[in-house]
Design a protein around this ligand. Structure first.
Ligand code: SAH
Length: 353
């Protein structure tokens, strides 16, 4: 396979690869990168996400965005920005829900940050008829107040892994021997420095994403300058160190080094670091709460009850089962966390209390 050969040659000429470089090549190689595959999200793909399980997810987030906008701003236009919109389902459900809340008389426009051309064309079809624009760089987000939404975006960004040693960190890297990739510890002490993991014990592994930090900093600047809010929903923990990098193909986990370019690579989000970055910039943060709490606070259980009643007339089993999965406390309901960054104290942020 071409991508394996490309990685092997790179390691042969440059030495072991950092995990972020490996992820970037596996996910984004222009010929064989994972995100150029045709079917990645959904039942027939490799993994399923909340908006794909139930339209209620996007609808509730749409209503949440509208309510934040109405509380905070006087102007008639609500501008949404979604980071990594996948198949465009969340945005389409959100915009449809907002348009149905007629009494608000609010116009909407949406910006989508998407790097995959395959997914962008799926989004274009799904969002036909809505006022939507695409951007390919976070720095190009419009200079105005935004409601920013990121569902399973940060977990898709490349990370590095470091192991705590007496005087600092040594990086975990990817090497090759007898045509097989393996993880090795860099011989030298890394130049990497951080204040975010001061309590890591010797031998502890931490994960750090330079790309996440860059994007998050730009978002925080924007929230500060334009009075915006960012809602981040992702697979992750409130605290945490350890190796969480995972590969998933056809809804089953596999070893991260086995099938470069063919499986999705992602890691768990360490939400406390996102919060620290925002607090360092004098922004305000919500508590980090489990997805089922957030969705219950937004009224998902009422919706479920209505749908169960309606189910005797019209078969809507898949929607009902989808909602149940989203709030299942043994699975997505607790594995996923919800967190918001905003600019002013006392803003009435729905869903968190
Ligand atoms: N939010 C969607 C999709 C999650 S998959 C859902 O919930 O269904 C991750 C998404 O982020 C994909 O759309 C992927 O193409 C996009 N993505 C990953 N890295 C990106 C980057 N650096 N810039 C822009 N989009 C990115």
């Amino acid at each position: 396979m071409f991508l394996k050969k490309k990685l092997a040659e790179k390691i042969a000429s440059e030495g072991p690869l950092s995990i972020s470089k490996f992820m970037e090549i596996c996910l984004w190689d222009s010929d064989e990168g994972y995100y150029s595959k045709k079917q990645i999200i959904g039942k027939k793909g490799d993994f399923i996400t909340s908006p794909e399980l139930s339209q209620t997810f996007g609808e509730l987030i749409g209503a949440w965005s509208l309510s934040y906008h109405l509380n905070k701003f006087k102007d008639k236009k609500l501008t949404l920005l979604e980071l990594g919109p996948g198949k465009g389902t969340l945005m389409s459900d959100a915009l449809r829900a907002i348009s149905k809340i007629k009494k608000s008389k609010i116009e909407t426009e949406a910006y989508l940050l998407e790097k995959s051309s395959v997914l962008k064309s799926i989004q274009q079809k799904k969002l036909l008829g809505f006022n939507v624009k695409w951007i390919n760089n976070i720095k190009k987000m419009p200079a105005k107040p935004l409601v920013i939404i990121a569902n399973e975006f940060f977990d898709a960004l490349p990370i590095n892994q470091y192991v705590k040693v007496g005087s600092g960190w040594r990086e975990r890297k990817i090497a090759i021997k007898n045509n097989k990739f393996y993880i090795t510890l860099d011989k030298k002490i890394s130049r990497f420095k951080t204040n975010y993991f001061n309590n890591t014990p010797i031998g502890g592994v931490i994960e750090y994403s330079f790309e996440s930090m860059k994007i998050l900093s730009i978002i925080c600047e924007h929230v500060k300058n334009f009075g915006s809010i960012a809602l981040i929903i992702d697979y992750g923990e409130t605290f945490g160190f350890g190796d969480t990098l995972q590969a998933v193909r056809s809804h089953a986990p596999e070893f991260i080094l086995d099938n470069p370019g063919e499986s999705d690579l992602s890691s768990h989000i360490n939400f406390s670091i996102l919060a620290k970055v925002a607090l360092e910039r004098d922004l305000f943060v919500s508590p980090i709460i489990e997805q089922f709490k957030f969705l219950k606070n937004l009224g998902i259980e009422n919706r479920l009850e209505q749908l169960i009643k309606l189910n005797t007339e019209r078969k809507i089993d898949s929607e009902i089962n989808g909602i149940k999965k989203l709030i299942d406390p043994k699975s997505m309901g607790t594995l996923f966390k919800v967190f918001a960054i905003f600019d002013s104290k006392g803003s009435n942020i729905e869903g968190f209390t």
